[in-house]
Design a protein around this ligand. Structure first.
Ligand SMILES: C[S@@+](CC[C@H](N)C(=O)[O-])C[C@H]1O[C@@H](n2cnc3c(N)ncnc32)[C@H](O)[C@@H]1O
Length: 327
């Protein structure tokens, strides 16, 4: 109880949403949340909904003419019980800072706001969760094969597939084949008639009626898949880069064929940020991070931190750069 905020967190929080803007965002979100709870959840509050409502109720009991940050800081100095409220206020500010940016955000904006989060992964988790979220000691499995996804991705991809309804999934880096089979099964669960094309240096032995496995090398990206697949496979596409080799070259190859509304997911992006920066600088305004999937379980609770991209239409990129809400 009453654990004070460390000084570095206080310093970083100074760049977050504050003052009247914070109060307005909190009230706007409270309204949106109430509507969502009635519309989508049959009136039942999630843990997060209940927490948010409680914190805002406590904060609105302070003198309305002063910023919440000031009131909470002073109260925490006087009474230990308010120490927890300092943490809750920080969590609230982090959440609302993201929420006000809207659903679709430029990669550059995501990198700028990374300062408030884990320095390498951009998440709000510590190293413990990151170390074990693929399963430790045992990986998750699908159709008997080890699946190299983390538990957040395990929930995120089915939601993405259900919303996007991709007719074609390209996977670069098959592993033992479990992820391609898992994607295909989720296409089928979503009632989508589609196909997964998955490539690796070593073709897996696993077989699945909706998956075609190929042997190929990221260092020859134009030959990763048959040119007819690039040209004729139906959209929307979901492209998942998970081989970690010649990432820039592979993304450039797909860029030639991606259509507006297609998704491009780059896994393990913490080690690929220079390649991503280069690729996105070469195609300004063409890709936006979809925070609905990147942040739904907490900021960047995915192995594809800041790298679940939607290929934009020209007018969408302008709207997002203006900072307008994408929902
Ligand atoms: C992280 S694993 C893929 C895991 C799998 N997608 C999953 O989620 O279960 C990376 C894969 O990339 C493949 N790979 C490495 N270098 C490659 C290259 N130059 N071209 C094609 N595949 C490559 C490896 O053989 C390995 O199977």
């Amino acid at each position: 109880m009453g654990r004070p905020l460390p000084h570095d967190l206080i310093a970083q929080a100074s760049g977050l949403i504050a003052g009247d803007e914070l109060k307005k965002a909190a009230l706007d979100y409270s309204r949106a949340m109430r509507e969502k709870v009635e519309r989508d959840q049959g009136g039942l509050l999630s843990v997060f909904d209940g927490w948010f409502a409680r914190v805002v109720r406590r904060l609105t009991e302070f003198d309305a003419s002063r910023p919440w940050e000031e009131s909470v800081r002073e109260s925490a100095a006087q009474a230990q019980a308010y120490g927890d409220l300092q943490w809750d206020l920080l969590r609230l500010r982090l959440f609302l800072d993201r929420w006000r940016q809207g659903r679709f955000v430029t990669f550059a904006e995501r990198e700028r706001s990374q300062i408030h989060y884990h320095p390498r992964f951009g998440t709000e988790f510590g190293a413990d969760v990151l170390l074990t979220c693929q399963g430790a000691p045992s990986l998750m499995r699908w159709r008997g094969q080890p699946l190299m996804k983390n538990v957040f991705d395990f929930a995120m991809y089915p939601a993405l597939i259900a919303e996007l309804r991709p007719r074609t999934i390209f996977e670069i880096g098959s592993g033992l084949g479990a992820s391609a089979a898992w994607f295909a099964d989720h296409m089928a669960f979503a009632g989508v008639a589609g196909r997964v094309h998955s490539v690796d240096r070593v073709k897996p032995a696993l077989q699945h009626p909706l998956v075609s496995f190929y042997q190929g090398d990221c260092h020859a990206p134009e030959r990763l898949f048959d040119p007819d697949l690039f040209a004729f496979e139906p959209h929307p596409w979901l492209v998942v880069e998970d081989a970690h080799q010649n990432v820039g070259g592979v993304l450039e190859q797909f860029h030639k064929y991606l259509s507006p509304g297609d998704y491009l997911v780059v896994e393990d992006s913490d080690i690929k940020r220079p390649a991503l920066r280069g690729f996105l600088c070469a195609h300004p305004g063409d890709y936006l991070v979809d925070t609905r999937f990147a942040d739904n379980f907490g900021r960047n609770a995915t192995s594809a931190g800041d790298s679940i991209f939607v290929r934009t239409k020209a007018d969408e990129s302008v709207a997002a750069d203006d900072g307008r809400r994408g929902e």
